[in-house]
Design a protein around this ligand. Sequence first.
Ligand code: ZN
Length: 256
Amino acid sequence: MPMIFTVAAALLGAAVGSFLNVVIYRLPLGLSIVSPPSSCPCCKTRIKPLQNIPVISYLILGGRCANCRAPISLRYPLVEALTSVLTVLLWLRFGGDPLLFGIYFVFLAAMVAVVFIDLDHKIIPDSISLGGIVVGFVASFFTPVGWVDSLMGILAGAGSLFAVAWGYHLITGKEGMGMGDVKLLGAIGAFLGWQSVLFTIFLSSIAGSVVGVVALKLMGEGRDYEIPYGPFIVLGALTYLYRGPELIDWYLSLMG
Ligand SMILES: [Zn+2]
């Protein structure tokens, strides 16, 4: 596929990553994501278009506000770079089918927003999770997933995580996962079908356990660490989106 499209995908991803920074900051606060334009949180100076070029502006400005020199969080260029890389990978996988690429790009953007909103606030906004269930179901009419698998995905997302949450509660006596995670899994099922839900639960619980154990070792035992589960769910879902069927085949071949 021509190189120019890959470059275009990288630029598209960086631009949308820049928009996601706004979404991540404003959505949980109930602020409009379209107005007013971004300004420096320190001196309130409006950020000019030339100072708002993803990644590049951050590097040119040395990570500081052009006006008051207040430091800008490294998170902003990182989200832009991450979205850019993920978009290129998505293009390499689905670029042959622009409609499919477009649908999964919307899904990808929502997942990136979920990760950082959950890290910041330990919530997953309903507008993304419940909105994702609706959009994902409608989109399934145009993807190989189809509406039947999508509907089963929504139900599997809700049902199976309830089971996991119930089991976790039974074993530890603690609340492991919130309703936000359940709704998020429903949205993933809506976009990618019920198979993705099983895969995502499997991978996210392994990744979550590993990180949980490491955190416990690093920070000492006997305390209660609240690690948001959303980022692990997103990790599982994106792994499925990019390489899921191959990984399932590989796993089944190991099983003989
Ligand atoms: Zn400033």
